[in-house]
Ligand binder design. Structure first.
Ligand code: BES
Ligand code: MN
Ligand code: ZN
Length: 492
């Protein structure tokens, strides 16, 4: 798909579909819009009336324009209330217009959305993100190759001339989001620890990142007993992935991003029962998927920040080699863990990955994980949980997520709840009581970070969606690649 930023007025554009963005309760046709309606012999006014279009966020309508007109279809999209306008309003409006134009088999589309005058670049970036993310299709696992469905070839952003660099940026960020979506959507017989390592290797060679893949023996030498305990029952080799992006010159800061990488979570001997959603547990590597997606985007964007992308990748399976409930594991920082539930495996893999990350001497660590069902119970499917003992980095992430339109809610690191993890035998158990389950999970992780500012993100809900909405289609969302990218690029 080709994007062009041009100054042209919608009155002078010609092509398949013209999309006009309108605010809620402000759909009167005055000025230029009245002129356009006149040019279209009243079609625009008719469309608004007949579809009862009110400009509501995410709403859209389309109709055919009479022959002889320089445009074939006219589309209206709603931006919601003008005083509630956010970057995401542009993403969603652009997504709605692009979806509709594509459905109407248009090849060219002009987007005439209001421009945020203080930040035309942010406007263009949001629009391109909305279009790219909405039109993404995953046909990798379909045998039918015809009717792939992508008709749109060219999108013109009207009134946004000069924003070319932002368009490129948006495309680079979206390349990372698409990679994350592909990795998460692919089933566990396709995305395995071995193919995750290959994906990391491919990013490294394509974009010139440093890569280190630790095999089981190397992890043993580092004492990663928690990670390797989880890996025991898999027939596939565990892979500890470490990609590094280094800018030219001295980095402004050094960061680590650590993603949970369970390519499948059966629960282990505390096996997940029917009805627990076990058939969705291919998404349990979404943290690692977003980490690799962010790595790709960062490699393309080339900021002046050093970033380490880390994931301890394995499967949580069942066999005669499996770790047993009651086993005691020793993590790479020497702490001992009594396994009272083999289904709380993510925190075990993250424990060793966090210890590894801290040894790199970075300024901050963010981990992201599909860690607990409890977080979904607390915040629902659309909002991720955020925990941190450090207000500065927590606020950096919240700001980054606000810009990305990816929702997080800060949750408490209530130290008292660590009592629920006390073990009579070992330093801690791996699970506490059901109430506050996402909080005890965060407190568990905290045992593996000594002094580096650290943020934990529980993304179990938003990495997947069962319904199309905004710029997300059914399936993997690529959450929270754009938040991570904004955080790395941020000026903190
Ligand atoms: N991978 C799951 C969490 C999960 C649940 C991710 C739903 C995505 C959707 C995790 O490993 C897990 O099984 N957590 C347990 C923890 C419990 C045993 C303390 C859970 O949430 O039930
Ligand atoms: Mn589990
Ligand atoms: Zn899991």
């Amino acid at each position: 798909m080709d994007f062009r930023a041009i100054e042209l007025s919608f009155l002078d554009w010609s092509g398949d579909a013209l999309a006009i963005g309108l605010f809620e309760d402000a759909v009167e046709l005055t000025g230029n819009l009245a002129q356009l309606d006149e040019k279209l012999a009243g079609t625009l006014k008719e469309l608004i009336e007949e579809s009862e279009f009110k400009g509501k966020d995410g709403s859209s309508a389309v109709t055919r324009v009479g022959t002889g007109s320089p445009i074939r279809k006219i589309i209206v999209v709603g931006l919601g209330k003008a005083d509630a306008l956010k970057l995401d309003s542009w993403r969603r409006a652009a997504a709605a217009a692009a979806r509709l134009a594509n459905k109407e088999k248009c090849k060219t589309l002009a987007l005439a959305l209001p421009v945020w005058h203080e930040a035309p670049d942010a406007t263009a970036e949001a629009i391109v993100e909305g279009v790219e993310l909405a039109l993404y299709q995953d046909n990798r696992f379909k045998s039918e190759t015809e009717n792939k469905g992508l008709k749109l070839e060219q999108i013109d952003l009207l009134g946004l001339a000069g924003t070319e660099a932002s368009i490129t940026r948006a495309q680079q960020i979206c390349a990372g989001v698409m990679l994350a979506r592909q990795l998460v959507a692919a089933p566990a017989n396709s995305v395995t620890p071995v193919t995750m390592a290959e994906a990391a290797q491919a990013i490294a060679s394509e974009h010139g990142l440093e890569i280190e893949i630790l095999e089981r023996e190397a992890c043993e030498e580092l004492g990663m007993g928690a990670f390797l305990g989880v890996a025991l029952a898999s027939d596939l080799p565990p892979k500890f992935l470490h990609l590094t992006y280094k800018p030219e010159g001295t980095p402004r800061r050094k960061l680590a991003i650590v993603g949970k990488g369970l390519t499948f979570d059966s629960g282990g001997l505390n096996i997940k029962v029917a009805g627990s959603g076990v058939e969705m547990m291919k998404v349990d590597m979404a943290g690692a998927g977003a980490t690799l997606g962010a790595a790709k985007a960062i490699a393309l964007l080339k900021p002046d920040v050093e970033v380490h992308f880390i994931s301890a990748v394995t499967e949580n399976m069942i066999s005669g080699h499996a770790m047993r409930p009651g086993d005691i594991l020793t993590a790479s920082n020497g702490k001992t863990i009594e396994i009272n539930n083999t289904d709380a495996e993510g925190r075990l893999t993250l424990a060793d990955a966090l210890v590894f990350a801290e040894k790199l001497g970075v300024d901050a660590i963010v981990d992201l994980a599909t860690l607990t069902g409890a977080c979904i119970i607390a915040l629902g499917d659309d909002i991720a949980g955020l925990w941190s003992p450090d207000d500065t980095v927590a606020n950096q992430l919240l700001k980054a997520s606000e810009m990305a339109g990816e929702k997080f809610w800060r949750m408490p690191l209530e130290e008292k709840y660590f009592e629920g993890l006390k073990s009579p035998l070992a330093d801690m158990k791996n699970t506490g009581p059901r109430p506050g389950g996402s909080i005890t999970a965060a407190l568990f992780l905290k045992q593996f970070v000594k002094e580096t500012p650290w943020v934990h993100l529980d993304i179990a809900g938003p990495v997947w969606t069962d319904k199309e909405s905004g710029y997300n289609s059914v399936g993997a969302t690529g959450f929270p690649v754009r938040t991570l990218v904004n955080w790395v690029l941020g000026d903190a």
